[in-house]
Design a protein around this ligand. Structure first.
Ligand code: ADP
Ligand code: MG
Length: 605
């Protein structure tokens, strides 16, 4: 036997860095996160992120922060080199985003990286490169105050890891997600992000959280947000931010953002708080949309749990949980839950009725109902999406009574010839000479019904359909008393009601224009209207509001299958109106796509 050979070796620094890089840097988005966090730690008020090919080819982050002097630039790529931590005790109260001193060394070991930096009051800056772990000599460089870090060709020297990267568009989406989260977390800091030369995000420093949400995710969401503001234990715990109505929920948690003392994180406890907060408002499996800042005494959380610091440990978890859930529930209940949820339930109910042959008498006579079987699964899902069903050609032209087969896209003028496509029994898709439009059939029908009713009321008393058997609606005594003095006015609008006993209203007649009127719902609407408006709403106000509600209660709801002829009739009536662009609740009735939009979407431009 020769001399004993050791099998255990202490790894070289280079190998150590690559191993560490495996924990910190998974994909371009991790590089983006580390670099932007460094810029934030440097006190920058403006940060620019430039990407090429989803960040695989290049990630460049430029900041106007404190910058680095010669010695710091020289050390910045060294492992475990940090300016943010000195003593073990510092770990107890960390307020910077970084502190492990691993990011730059890790990134340099698996890419071609360089740092250029200048202190604010220095004349010149310094540049250093790290190519796959080989750190170059320092050179002087002319540059603006602040720091630019460039990372090219990620994983060029670790092909096995490079193969795990997804398409550039996917990697880009993850990078965007990271920057959006950081931009939402850091009010006071401006962000500009470009991808392959195109500007994809632009947030000014003075924008607050709501304005940032609007910039990142659009006005529809921003307008629907409800604030959260609560504190606990003598303000030692503070929760603030916004929750969105349940209809903005998604399958994933991409629109769920928690910021703990300004640091964005994904944490199971906090996600659970949100789920609890929305309990009863959301169907299982859906993730609410919310943007929340939690402020805690830093000594009550441990952020040093994982290298990416996305998880934390709370010391007083149960107390925290109870406080958050209560605060969230209060705000969630204030979001606009009723309208979409209610219409969804109603359309589901109708689908069930249609399925049950014994209930067939509820169907309107004379309306074509294509036989589309409804399965149990379909009616139970919250985002029930039946396959698009092209409506059957041939098309009968009303004027000439002639039959022709489906018109060809592109030739169609605005003469409502079709072909039409009904999607999910809710949206009508129609070709236009310069694109196509999607119409929300319920919203459009509501608008039409309202306009027709208003025209009738202006002319005099609307035609009334008397009910053979009055429909009895139970109300409270107080509600009945509130309605009593108004009954004559309602009658003028074609709504014939009569007190019946002490706590019941009998509905004798409704405007004949209303299709499928729902008398009970309408009476309850009238009551809540009187409550909202106080004791003496003005007559014209009342007219407008009642008409709105009548229109809503009777319109073609989302979920009704329509025949080609019904669709054309609906569109024709819409065209005859002055404004058919929004429903009475100011939701749009139609969305138009121009050829330009399509060309952009398919990168033809
Ligand atoms: P950490 O952020 O954990 O300290 P990093 O490897 O990310 O470790 O960075 C190492 C050090 O380089 C930081 O502590 C900081 O002093 C310096 N540094 C990195 N990026 C910047 C920047 N954009 N501006 C100023 N200093 C920076
Ligand atoms: Mg860092």
């Amino acid at each position: 036997m020769g001399a004993e050979q050791a099998r255990i070796e202490v790894l070289s620094e280079h190998v150590r860095n690559q191993v560490a890089a495996g924990e910190v840097v998974e994909r371009p988005a991790s590089v983006v996160k580390e670099l932007v966090e460094n810029a934030l730690d440097a006190g920058a008020s403006h940060i620019e992120v430039g990407l090429e090919e989803g960040g695989i080819r290049l990630v460049r982050v430029t900041d106007n922060g404190c910058g680095m002097g010669r010695l710091d630039v020289e050390r910045s790529f060294l492992p475990h080199a940090t300016s943010k931590l000195r003593e073990p005790e510092d770990l107890e109260h960390i307020s910077s985003l970084g502190f492990r001193g691993e990011a730059l060394a890790s990134i340099g070991s698996i890419a071609r990286a360089q740092i250029i930096s200048r202190l604010r009051d220095a004349e010149l800056g310094w540049r250093v490169e790290d190519e796959g772990g080989r750190i170059t000599e320092l050179v002087e460089a002319g540059c603006p105050a602040g720091t630019t870090v460039e990372v090219r060709d990620l994983f060029y020297n670790t092909p096995a890891r490079r193969r795990f990267l997804k398409r550039a568009s996917t990697e880009f989406a993850r990078c965007l997600d990271v920057v959006q989260r950081l931009a939402l977390a850091h009010e006071g800091v401006g962000f500009v992000m470009t991808h392959d030369g195109k500007r994809v995000l632009d947030v000014e420093p003075e924008m607050d959280l709501a304005a940032r949400v609007r910039r990142a995710f659009g006005a529809e969401l921003a307008d629907a947000l409800v604030p959260v503001e609560a504190s606990h234990a003598g303000a030692r715990i503070r929760l603030s931010g916004y929750v969105a109505p349940p209809r903005f929920s998604r399958r994933d948690t991409a629109r769920q953002m928690w910021f703990l003392n300004g640091r964005y994180l994904r944490d199971k406890v906090l996600s659970r708080c949100l789920r609890e907060g929305y309990r009863g408002f959301l169907i299982e499996g859906r993730q609410p949309t919310a943007f929340l800042h939690l402020h805690l005494d830093p000594s009550t959380v441990d952020v040093n749990v994982s290298p990416t610091k996305a998880e934390v440990r709370f010391r007083e978890q149960r107390q925290l949980f109870g406080f958050c859930v209560n605060a969230l529930r209060e705000s969630v209940a204030k979001t606009d839950i009723a309208t979409p949820g209610e219409s969804m339930v109603r359309s589901m109910e109708r689908r069930v009725i249609r399925e049950d042959p014994n209930q067939a008498r509820f169907l309107e006579p004379g309306v074509l109902r294509p036989a589309s079987p409804v399965t149990a699964r379909e009616v139970s899902g919250d985002d029930y999406q039946p396959a698009p069903r092209p409506l059957a050609a041939p098309i009968i032209r009303a004027e000439e009574g002639e039959v022709e087969s489906g018109a060809v896209m592109g030739e169609v003028g605005d003469d409502l010839r079709g072909p039409f496509l009904q999607v999910a029994r809710t949206y009508l898709v129609r070709a236009l000479p310069d694109g196509f439009e999607i119409i929300d059939q319920h919203a459009l029908h509501e608008r039409i019904t309202l306009e027709d009713l208003r025209a009738e009321v202006l002319k005099g008393r609307p035609e009334v359909q008397r009910l053979l058997v009055p429909e009895l609606v139970e109300v409270s005594r107080a509600e009945l008393e509130r309605m009593r003095p108004r009954l004559a006015e309602f009658a003028e609008l074609g709504i014939e009601l009569e007190p019946f006993g002490e706590a019941t209203v009998a509905v004798h007649g409704l405007p004949s224009r209303l299709k499928k009127p729902n008398a009970g719902g309408l009476v309850r609407d009238l009551i809540s209207l009187l409550e909202e408006k106080g004791e003496t709403p003005k007559l014209d106000e009342l007219v407008e509001e009642v008409l709105h509600r009548c229109a809503c209660r009777s319109s073609v709801m989302a979920g009704d299958a329509l025949s080609e002829i019904e669709i054309r009739a609906l569109l024709e009536r819409g065209q005859a109106l002055e404004s058919d662009q929004t429903c009475p609740h100011a939701r749009p009735t139609r969305v138009r796509f121009h050829l330009e939009d399509l060309e952009k979407a398919f990168h033809r431009r």
